[in-house]
Ligand binder design. Structure first.
Ligand code: ATP
Length: 400
């Protein structure tokens, strides 16, 4: 969808912001640009909609050279979201979102109807449309910014640190929203961030830049984490590369068995079969809360939960939150190793970097091969992991 071919940008003051960049940003995918401050991410982004023109080289959007298109028209056809939303302060939220449709001549009624629909899409209450930007929280303003960028249904969205100014909790919510929207809308998104965790979470591909506008590596997140091209990329990814890789693989396919019986700790369920806590059989210790996990949860979350649980076991639940079985720390560990191997092993044609899908199929574990009956997870075969054998786990019980 977007192609950079040997693109160079040198500003009149002599600063080279982007150095001979050749990069493809595939249609319907999220390409994240990361790198230290001043390495040319924003300039790269702004050359796509001609807010900055390149000194040399060619940029094509949908096969058409951007320099052959009218700059204002091009900008209206590409969504653009920036940090702190950049909303017009004296216009209501609804009118902010309706801006581009109005510029495109949709007529006031149709533009406002579209704006109201989009506010709902990005998770805002209908009354938010009547307020002014300063009457919304930072996170709500960012949602309005995303709604405004989507208003004319552009195929391409440019997002420049859109969630950089909100606290970590809101940031995670906004990332979740973007992932949900993207599943529905499949836009071609170019996303700039400083935050490597955000890049790993959102990116289908991650392009790492270093000072001077040099692209060092562009790859899918698993490939990047497993095989950083050089020390610069490895340093940028940080010390917890292995754990980040685990955040890309899910629990789906990791075996589960019944909650073991007869040990020191019992898994308490509520009347609906939802796991509540681990309880010591003699009451010698306080109950330990359980954070049940679903198939779509990451191996990182599973490892974390297994380290918190006194039994080393993770309670697995279905979509309704009802227990389906438990998974041992050893099984999680085995699959963590497999995830790392998959990240390392895949190479595309002609040496192009290509990594594994987000939720790879997991091989059957040598340790636990329990099969489960029904929603409450009655096991036919017990897990054979060491934690199940060492008597640390106890019978499931239903809380009254
Ligand atoms: N209009 C301009 N005139 C001169 N130099 C500029 C201009 N815009 C950007 N630069 C310089 O170009 C380089 C790249 O800037 P750019 O904003 O693209 O980097 P960035 O990676 O987005 O940085 P940050 O993460 O801090 O936003 C920097 O050295 C910057 O100072």
């Amino acid at each position: 969808m977007i192609q950079f071919d040997t693109v160079h940008k040198r500003f009149p003051n002599g600063t080279t912001a982007v150095h001979d960049l050749t990069l493809e940003m595939p249609e319907g995918g999220v390409t994240v640009l990361v790198g230290s401050s001043g390495c040319g991410k924003t300039t790269t982004l702004r050359m796509i909609n001609r807010m900055v023109d390149p000194t040399s080289g060619t940029i094509r959007v949908g096969g058409r050279d951007v320099l052959e298109q009218d700059a204002a028209e091009l900008r209206r056809s590409i969504g653009y979201v920036i940090q702190q939303a950049g909303l017009f302060p004296h216009r209501t939220v609804l009118d902010n979102v309706a801006t581009v449709p109005l510029l495109l001549g949709w007529g006031r009624r149709k533009a406002r109807a579209r704006a109201a629909e989009l506010l709902e899409t990005v998770g805002l209450a209908p009354d938010a449309g009547r307020r002014y930007p300063h009457q919304l929280s930072g996170g709500q303003q960012q949602r309005v910014g995303v709604a405004r960028a989507l208003a004319a249904d552009p195929p391409v969205l440019l997002m420049d640190e859109p969630f950089g100014a909100v606290d970590p909790v809101v940031r995670t919510q906004l990332q979740d929203e973007l992932l949900r929207l993207q599943r529905e809308l499949s836009k071609t998104i170019v996303f700039v961030t400083h935050d490597i965790d955000e890049a790993v979470r959102l990116g289908d591909r991650i392009a790492v830049f270093r000072t001077g506008g040099h692209l060092v590596q562009c790859a899918e997140p698993a490939e990047l984490l497993a095989r950083p091209a050089d020390d610069f990329v490895a340093d940028f990814l940080g010390a917890e590369r292995g754990l980040k890789l685990l955040s890309l693989s899910t629990l789906s396919g990791v075996p589960q068995g019944p909650a073991p019986e007869g040990g020191a700790w019992a898994l308490r369920l509520d009347a609906a079969g939802v796991p509540v806590s681990w309880r010591h059989k003699d009451g010698d210790a306080a109950d330990v809360p359980v954070r049940p996990l679903r198939d779509a949860d990451s191996l990182l979350a599973a490892l974390d939960e297994s380290l918190s649980a006194p039994t080393g076991l993770v309670a697995r639940v279905d979509a309704k939150g009802v227990l389906t079985g438990v998974t041992s720390r050893d099984d999680i560990h085995d699959h963590a190793g497999a995830a790392h191997e998959r990240g390392r092993s895949v190479r595309g044609p002609a040496g192009a970097d290509r990594a594994v899908p987000r939720a790879p199929e997991s091989p059957t574990s040598p340790r636990t091969e329990a099969s489960l009956d029904g929603a409450r997870g009655t096991a036919r075969q017990a897990p054979t992991g060491p934690r199940a054998q060492d008597g640390l786990t106890g019978p499931s019980e239903t809380a009254s």
